[in-house]
Design a protein around this ligand. Structure first.
Ligand SMILES: Cc1cc2nc3c(=O)[nH]c(=O)nc-3n(C[C@H](O)[C@H](O)[C@H](O)COP(=O)(O)OP(=O)(O)OC[C@H]3O[C@@H](n4cnc5c(N)ncnc54)[C@H](O)[C@@H]3O)c2cc1C
Length: 304
């Protein structure tokens, strides 16, 4: 039997650890500061038959209203740190903030990660999701990642991760504990200028100061989910305490007292109405934490 992880807490509310802030508590949470602690925590959960969920900043996650009957793993300390290695490699713990990693790269005169400035996740979450924006994504700059499971850790190259449009082959019960990005030398002032432009573009096109999890659906080939949902007449549509954003229809905004059920009902409504209007079946980009199955796709209604 594996030993109990270093820092473990019980009955932890998860809503405050996500950007949309809905959902119930987890039975247990391990906060890991070393590769060894991560594998130890995963082995501890495996030995008890407890499901595992890896949580970054919860910026792309809906937690079920009933919470999670397993162990959540989070990264901290050295596994949330950022450093420049050699001439052009940015070393990041999986729990490091992606926007902070972008800032660190800019300060060091390293270019290529700017698209991540307004993606409010962790590096591990961003690698697992192959996060991206403005026609770039992490697959273009990731060199390697350290992935932990209950049996140990392994260093993998970008090509081992099958990185596609907001997908990778990282299984839900494995942890991206560190990542290395190969960046290009650049003028810090020019990089900062590019960051300012990208941030200002975001501010003018996406809802600000509200609870969201970024894009709800992936964009179908040749179209945009936001355009399709808007064309179906759903901008501003309300269910319970959540609504389709009046600013950008591929965002859901949660009001005070919103539930995961409200958010999922809005997603169902958007998919149904887009399909009825002759559009494609939309696929969720956001992930869902189920009480016993762990992280997977949201529980959406079947649609033909
Ligand atoms: C305002 C806003 C704007 C956004 N804009 C963008 C955007 O432009 N582009 C974009 O791609 N996304 C965007 N997002 C979504 C989100 O920020 C990204 O998907 C981000 O990569 C998620 O990282 P996270 O740490 O918050 O992951 P979480 O939400 O905590 O988890 C998401 C998934 O990643 C897994 N995961 C998290 N950490 C790890 C780890 N260390 N190892 C293995 N798996 C892990 C989780 O298990 C889960 O399956 C936006 C979100 C918000 C709120």
């Amino acid at each position: 039997m594996a030993e109990a992880p270093d820092v473990i807490a019980g009955d932890v509310p998860l809503a405050p650890l996500t950007s949309i802030r809905v959902g119930g508590p987890a039975d247990a949470m391990a906060t890991c500061t070393s590769f060894r602690a991560v594998t130890g925590a995963l082995a501890w959960a495996r030995d008890r038959g407890a499901p595992v969920a890896v949580l970054g900043r919860g910026s792309n996650l809906i937690v079920d209203d009933a919470g999670f009957r397993g162990m959540v793993v989070r990264l901290a300390g050295r596994l949330a740190s950022i450093s420049v290695r050699g001439d052009r490699t940015l070393w990041c713990g999986g729990g490091a903030s992606l926007p902070r990693a972008v800032q660190r790269a800019a300060a060091a005169g390293l270019a290529g990660l700017e698209f991540g400035a307004s993606i409010p996740g962790t590096v591990g979450g961003a690698v697992a999701m192959n996060a991206g924006a403005y026609s770039s994504d992490l697959s273009q700059v990731l060199e390697w990642a350290v992935v932990c499971d209950a049996g140990g850790r392994r260093r993998v190259g970008r090509d081992d991760l099958a990185m596609g449009y907001r997908t990778t082959s990282v299984p839900g019960d494995q942890v991206v504990a560190a990542a290395g990005f190969a960046l290009a030398p650049g003028d810090p002032a020019v990089i900062r200028g590019r960051l300012a432009d990208l941030r200002s573009h975001r501010r003018s096109t996406q809802p600000q100061g509200v609870r969201t999890f970024g894009s709800v659906f992936t964009n179908p080939a040749g179209d945009s989910a936001g355009r399709l949902i808007e064309a179906a007449g759903l901008k501003g549509h309300v269910i319970g305490q959540a609504r389709i954003s009046p600013v950008h229809a591929n965002f859901i905004e949660a009001g005070p007292g919103a539930t995961a059920a409200d958010v999922v009902a809005l997603m169902d409504e958007a998919r149904r109405r887009v399909r009825e209007a002759g559009g494609p079946v939309l696929h969720a980009e956001v992930r869902y934490l189920h009480p016993v199955r762990g992280i997977g796709a949201p529980p959406l209604a079947e649609i033909a």
